[in-house]
Each structure stands twice: as C-alpha cells, then as structure tokens.
Design a protein around this ligand. Structure first.
Ligand code: SD4
Length: 337
C-alpha cells in the first residue's frame, strides 16, 4: 500500500494521525511525491466556478464586499478580511467588532483569526478598543514571529501598526447590560442572543482558499473568556489542498470537538462539505441532550468549489456569492423534533 492510500484509509484516529506524522518524518519517497495532495478524493479545480465567497448568517453586505473584491482580483485572504470588516464596523451588529455586546463587567473584548492558503495563520484574543481585529490577526501573522497575541499585548501591537484606539461600547449596549444585571442570568437564547459571529471562506480567481473569523464572543461572558472563533482548528481551519470550514455558535462546544479542523479532515477523506458539516454536528449532538439548549453551525467549502452547511437548530442561514450572485441559503438542521 503506498503512502497516500494508507493515509486515506486510516480514519481520524490516533493511529491515523500518528502514522501520518511518522510517515512524514521518515518519508523515503521523492520530492515530487511529497508535493502531491494527500487526498486523491478531492476534486481539484474541475469546474472553474470560482471566485466564491461564503459566510455565516445573513450578512449580505459583508459577503457582497468579499465576493466583489474577489471578482476584482483580490486574493482570498484580503477579500475575507475586507468582508468581515463590514460587520466589525457596523455598530448595529452586537456580536462583532464595534458595538459588540460586552462581558459582564462592561468590557467589549474581541476575538479573531485568519488563515491563508499557504497554511499560515494569525489570531488575537480578548482585544479591547480596536475594531478591525481580523486585520490585526493578519498583522500578527505577517509582522510578528508569533501566531497568537492576547489582551493588552495584542492591543499595543495594534497601535504600533497604526490601528486606531476606539471606544467599542455603545450607549445601547450599556443599557442592555444594565438591564441584564437585574437578573444576571447567563443563558444564551438560541439564534437570538449571542449569534452573528462572522466566519468567512473565500476562493479567489486562482482557486486558492483562505478565511477569517471575527466576534465579540458570548454576551455577558466572564471577563477574560475566549471562545472558539480565534482558535485555529476550532473557529476556522483552511487546508488549501482540501478546503476550509468555519464555525459559529456556542464556542465551548466547538472547541471540544475541534470542529473546523474535523470538517477539513473529513473532506480530505472524501466527504462532501455538506456531509462533513453534518458529521461534525453529530459529534456534538451524540454526546447527550445538552445540544437542545445551544446552537452551533458550520459552513465549509472544498477545493472543487462545492459548499455545505449544517447546524443544530432551525434558524441559521449562510450567504453565498458565486457567478455574480449573492444569495442567502437557508441551512438544514439536526433537531427536527
Ligand atoms: C463564541 N462562537 O465566542 C462564538 C460566538 C458565536 O455566533 O459564534 N456567536 O463562542
């Protein structure tokens, strides 16, 4: 059995991963063999149906911005960052960027990450006073020796790179927090409270895939809480040989199954983006009944430009830009009862 067939046949178990790493470490094959994609199942660029942009929830303007940027020749990463910036700058969106809902002490703290088609990535965690945190995550990737910067360090780095200091807490967020404090009941309401994190996947004119994810996290979270959105592999993962995935919803549960990485690996094994998203949701719902109280949604894209999405509860939609059309796609869900 050759190396690629062996990896394809190995499931996502410790043995599969360990064997893959070991084989990588002591590979005796030629360099040409090493350059080939690990997965023969993934159709590569068969139909030139890109550029494509998809994003979580109904962010028409953000997805249009990304799609049109791609059409004008922008690369996948910068298009995704331009797309999510639309929501980061919109104070009406209370779960991303400026105007984001604060933690229970009144601090608006933002999380974001980006990943490009070379497999490089950057992330910022728990950042205050800077609106465009996905762009800041790219700066961490390109202008530091690190992948992640958190809190004050990320903020100070942002100012050194020319990012503006802004007050992200709006009057209406302040009022909403005062209202919440009357009961201080921390109970996310499915699809109503805490949704609207933006995760975006773009495929550019060259067929390269990149993505970005940006959020203010869960409303009235504890001070210092970080969710899945800036965690590479959980909130976002890209492998340009295979595809990409992003998550939205209760981050604690996404992190426990490393959801976006899982979806990309399932696509590597031959699943369609739709099948991979469904399997990743089932990993969560099969653990017990807790899923009834929270929402999680995934969207994914493969190298052939196919897309998929799935969620736990009714009410999630994905935006899709392709062939000059920017459409809202209602997403199928697990909990039909
Ligand atoms: C988080 N996943 O911080 C984010 C929240 C979210 O839609 O996606 N809301 O857990």
């Amino acid at each position: 059995m050759n190396r690629r067939k062996f990896i394809k046949n190995a499931s996502l178990t410790g043995i599969g991963i360990a064997a893959s790493s070991a084989l990588n470490a002591c590979n005796t094959h030629s360099n040409e063999e090493n350059k080939k994609p690990l997965n023969d199942n993934v159709t590569t660029l068969k139909n030139k149906n890109f550029p494509i942009s998809i994003c979580t929830w109904g962010f028409v303007n953000a997805n249009a911005k990304a799609g049109e940027s791609l059409k004008n020749g922008l690369n996948a990463l910068d298009a995704a960052i331009a797309g999510v910036a639309v929501e980061e700058e919109d104070i009406r969106n209370t779960t991303v960027g400026k105007g984001g809902t604060p933690d229970r002490k009144g601090n608006v703290t933002l999380d974001a990450c980006v990943m490009d088609s070379n497999g490089d990535c950057g992330a910022v965690l728990c950042v205050e006073n800077i609106t465009n945190v996905a762009a800041l995550a790219k700066k961490v990737m390109t202008d530091t020796p690190h992948v992640i910067l958190a809190g004050k360090g990320a903020e100070e780095f942002g100012y050194s790179q020319g990012f503006k200091k802004e007050n992200l807490l709006t009057e209406s967020s302040k009022k909403a927090l005062d209202n919440w404090k009357k009961t201080s009941e921390y109970k996310p309401i499915i699809n109503i409270e805490n949704h609207d994190t933006i995760g975006m996947l773009c495929m550019d004119k060259n067929g390269d895939i990149a993505g970005a994810c940006s959020t203010s996290g869960l409303a009235y979270k504890m001070k210092g809480r970080v969710g899945d959105s800036p965690i590479i592999g959980s909130g976002l993962f890209i492998d340009n040989e295979v595809g990409g995935a992003v998550a939205t919803g209760l981050g604690e549960e996404v992190v426990k199954t490393v959801g976006s990485f899982l979806i990309v690996e399932l696509m590597r094994q031959g699943k369609t983006p739709q099948e991979a998203c469904e399997e990743a949701i089932k990993r969560i719902t099969s653990k017990g009944d807790d899923y009834k109280d929270f929402q999680i949604a995934y969207i994914a894209m493969n190298k052939a430009g196919e897309t998929g999405a799935y969620c736990i509860h009714k009410g999630f939609a994905m935006m899709k830009y392709q062939d000059d059309k920017n459409e809202r796609v209602e997403v199928d869900y697990f909990n039909k009862i």
